[in-house]
Design a protein around this ligand. Structure first.
Ligand code: UD1
Ligand code: CA
Length: 474
């Protein structure tokens, strides 16, 4: 079709004039928690963080969070996020009352208000996009996201009249017939700002909880002959709300499953996805094999062709290609270079750097320590605040005594040094290039390059000693 002069951006795909409001003022009584509900984590990210990320995907002009219960804690959690404005709801008198608190902040705004619930964390950006399109396409005053659920208990139900939405009724206020309706309200809506706050004025609190329900605005709109649309999502899981610890666990399981499926589709082997816990922001490259019971947290990055054996926990760490991590290791804030082998039963604490093809064996703990390429610490050691060069052998039971009760001190072990078993290196101390330390030494002075440092008392053998002893009692 010939176009006439200017390209017109279709309003359907236009994100200007979108104002996002997220309700997060409620206490979340059913969680029985001291922590605000929206700060509880789903697969490594707080609910509110998830909702914000989804909301931001439609490029809103303004982003308003309604907070109330433990408002300061919620704000603190979100410090560092710019372009976020807060409306305070105090006391919390229901969802309609909550939205009303955002009115002064949106006084000069026009267009579409998208309302999200802080406790509905699985909503997909594509659904939100569709909500905007449907709402604007129909020039509706309100559009409600709905879904059909086999077990709709607890949700507000959509009541239809000759196919069109007539109102929403809450579980507690519903008649037995209304309760049988399986179409539920997700608590996610699009509103035309031109009519919204006037409509909210008409919402009363005559219901089982004595609250101002936002859901009542639908009946108000229908009375006023304003257009109300619904958007039915196919996957009801996407709009599941979290009100209790059981729901938190269920939703977390769904999120985990999705993350695991994404990883498997990208070439990662999960021996048992049901017992593999990988946080949202973790990245794992192809051909890595993850055994059962592994937990990967935070912004961890794992390279390709690694093997992570069972019951390993890795948080906020970077693991290079071809690394093998044996069973029962705890690794946090560490950097492990390609080809290294770790564990079993190793503890890599923050600031640990294990370089190429180095080996850490069982019951070895590292903290703020660099272990150079091909170096080994295979058994029962504590290495803290140490810089260890290449091709060093750290014998069994070596301990860097880095703490004098007041300050931490550094140990340096240079390339090619050999530390005999059961050595204590009393820091600050340096063992030079290619030096040897005799087993059982307490090293308090630097050992020069190529020297042998030995610091233990000489052995005495007393000849015939046992024969002079009284016979041992039977
Ligand atoms: C709400 C809907 C219900 C819907 C369900 C979907 C109402 C009356 N009911 O019920 O129809 O099926 O969500 O998950 O809207 N909040 C405030 N201030 C308040 C009360 C709540 O900010 O005074 C916030 C909460 O923090 C929460 C959200 O609003 O993020 C929803 O509140 P909640 O009490 O969980 O409502 P539901 O009973 O789940
Ligand atoms: Ca809820």
């Amino acid at each position: 079709m010939a176009s006439v002069g200017v390209d017109r951006i279709s309003p359907m795909s236009d994100s200007t004039g979108i104002h996002l409001v997220i309700l997060a003022a409620g206490q979340g009584t059913r969680m029985k928690s001291d922590i605000p509900k929206v700060l509880h984590q789903v697969n490594g990210l707080s609910m509110i963080e998830r909702v914000l990320r989804t909301g931001e995907s439609v490029g809103p002009e303004t982003l308003t969070l309604v907070v109330g219960h433990r408002a300061e804690t919620v704000r603190e959690h979100l410090t560092g996020r710019r372009n976020l404005q807060f409306a305070i709801q105090e006391p919390q008198l229901g969802t309609a009352h909550a939205l009303k608190q955002a009115e002064p902040l949106l006084a000069n705004c026009t267009g579409t208000l998208i309302l999200l619930s802080g406790d509905v964390p699985l909503l997909k950006p594509a659904t939100l996009r569709r909500l905007v399109d449907v709402h604007r396409g129909a020039a509706a005053a309100a559009t409600v996201v709905t879904a059909t659920m086999e077990q709709p208990y607890g949700y507000g139900r959509i009541v239809r009249n000759r196919g069109r939405i007539a109102r929403i009724v809450e579980e507690r206020d519903a008649s037995p017939a209304e309760r049988r309706s399986k179409e539920i309200n997700s608590g996610i809506y699009a509103f035309d700002l031109a009519t919204l706050f006037d409509g909210l004025q008409a919402v009363a609190s005559k219901n089982a909880q004595g609250e101002f329900y936002l859901t009542d605005i639908i009946a108000v709109y229908r009375r006023r002959k304003l257009r109300v649309e619904t958007l039915l999502v196919n996957d009801a899981q996407e709009i599941r709300g979290i009100n209790s610890r059981t729901e938190l666990a269920e939703v977390s399981r769904l999120v985990r499953q999705t993350k695991n499926e994404e990883l498997m589709a990208a070439g990662v082997t999960l021996v048992d996805p049901a017992t593999t816990y990988i946080d949202a922001d973790a990245e794992i490259a192809a051909d890595t094999v993850i055994h059962p019971g592994v937990i990967i947290e935070g912004r961890t990055k794992i390279g390709s062709a690694c093997e992570i054996q069972g019951h390993v926990r890795i948080s906020d760490s970077e693991i290079g290609d071809g690394v093998k991590i044996n069973n029962f290791c705890l690794i946090s804030g560490a950097h492990v270079a390609p080809g290294a082998v770790i564990g079993p039963f190793a503890h890599l604490r923050p600031g640990t750097v294990v370089l190429d093809r180095a080996k850490i064996g069982n019951f070895v703990e590292l903290k703020a320590t660099t272990l150079g390429p091909r170096s080994k610490a295979n058994h029962l050691s504590y290495l803290g605040d140490a810089t260890i060069g290449a091709d060093v052998n750290v014998g069994a039971g070596t301990i860097t005594c880095n703490y004098d009760g007041v300050k931490k001190h550094k140990t340096v072990i240079e390339d090619g040094a050999f530390i005999g078993s059961d050595t204590q290196l009393i820091a600050p101390v340096t063992v030079g290039k290619g030096a040897y330390v005799g087993a059982g030494s307490s090293i308090t002075q630097d050992v020069p390059a190529k020297a042998l440092g030995i610091a233990r008392s000489r052995q005495t053998n007393v000849e015939g000693w046992t024969e002079r002893q009284k016979p041992r009692p039977e």
